[in-house]
Design a protein around this ligand. Structure first.
Ligand code: NAX
Length: 328
């Protein structure tokens, strides 16, 4: 199993790669060939991390190779985890990147190249998870440029789902594993919509169990939508350990079947389901049959409130798509 990880010297990858190397993510007899990708200035740091991975002596790992370009790395890849991207606020070619439009264009160029490389060189059933922000639109650019319809492209919304589960579990005093069918719709951005109306707890409707509309609308929703900013403010750095756990969980969910009665979360290309605009990457409730076969769960009932929230996040995805139209 060849796994390519970009941004491999970054903070998310520092947690993500050890998680992926633990048993239980892929089938037990699978041996991993890790292809770790960075930009040239970060190669020294990456080599340091590779020494640590070697010292961890994982029984699951067959080989570890490093690359300073995507083209050589993705040859015959089974999975590509695209974590690396240029963050907002950084000085790039002498200019501070403040605007979403600039961020989309700069990262867009990275994902154009990565999409082309994956489409032409990775396996025809390669699975791709985009973590680097703006993740949904980066995935759209990558997928369009891959020109390979059999590969599965996703953007990460699992972290939003885990955050939502954790807050609800605290509210009703249960364990996170007791919560089923909690879905994230839309963009991985503050417009995303975590739906509790279709979620279950102990076989009963979760929204009714919470029984507190004001908490859902005025505390829960803004907290999940702004959780990333809350972490940055407290930690002085963006979410890394939780993001890594969410990325690993996404891989696990795509490789294995979804537990009975549940869904998992990722953004995939929209076919217009649930009122989301067609042709953008949106979070949906998904069901996995294992080995990369996934589909959208079709039995969610949306209230007028949910529909209005999904429209907002869908419109944002359309706006983002317009800003990168030249790259699609
Ligand atoms: P870091 O800045 O620690 O690491 C990013 C790494 O990517 C750096 O080492 C950089 O050299 C590398 N990189 C940049 N361009 C590259 C390229 N073209 N090829 C290969 N490597 C490249 O960021 P980190 O905290 O690890 O976050 C990575 C990305 O995840 C960011 O875009 C961040 O915004 C995004 N996130 C996405 C989340 C999601 O739920 N989808 C949540 C967490 C996180 O905010």
């Amino acid at each position: 199993m060849k796994i390519v990880i970009t941004g491999a010297a970054g903070q998310i990858s520092y947690s993500l790669i050890p998680f992926l190397c633990e048993r239980g993510v892929f089938s037990n007899d699978e041996k991993l060939d890790l292809a770790l990708v960075e930009i040239p200035p970060a190669m020294n740091k990456l080599e340091g991390f590779v020494k640590e991975l070697e010292d961890s002596a994982y029984s699951t790992v067959n080989s570890i190779t490093t690359f300073d370009n995507i083209n050589d790395a993705v040859e015959e890849a089974d999975w590509c985890l695209l974590v690396g991207s240029i963050p907002r606020g950084i000085v790039f070619k002498g200019k501070e990147i403040k605007e979403r439009a600039d961020l989309l264009q700069i990262n867009g160029n990275i994902f154009t190249e990565q999409g082309k490389a994956i489409g032409s060189k990775a396996k025809s059933n390669c699975k791709v998870l985009v973590v680097g922000n703006p993740a949904n639109t980066n995935a759209l650019i990558g997928q369009k440029n891959s020109n390979n319809p059999n590969q599965l492209w996703m953007a990460m919304t699992m972290l939003d789902a885990l955050r939502a589960k954790a807050q609800v579990a605290k509210k009703i005093n249960c364990h996170v594993d007791e919560i089923y069918r909690l879905a994230i719709f839309g963009n991985h951005s503050p417009t995303m919509f975590p739906d509790l109306e279709n979620a279950n707890f102990g076989g009963k409707n979760l929204y009714s169990k919470i029984g507190d509309k004001s908490w859902v609308e005025n505390e829960f929703l803004p907290r999940i939508q702004q959780r990333g900013a809350e972490i940055i403010q407290a930690r002085g750095a963006s979410s890394a350990s939780s993001a890594a756990r969410a990325a690993c969980d996404t891989v696990k969910n795509v490789e294995n079947s979804t537990r009975s009665g549940d869904i998992f979360n990722a953004a995939i290309i929209s076919d217009g389901s649930y009122g989301v605009a067609e042709g953008v990457f949106s979070g949906f409730p998904l069901i996995s049959e294992g080995n990369g076969i996934i589909h959208i769960a079709r039995d969610f009932n949306l209230s007028e409130f949910a529909k209005s929230k999904i429209k907002i996040t869908s419109n944002e995805l359309l706006e983002e798509r317009e800003l990168v139209r030249d790259l699609l």
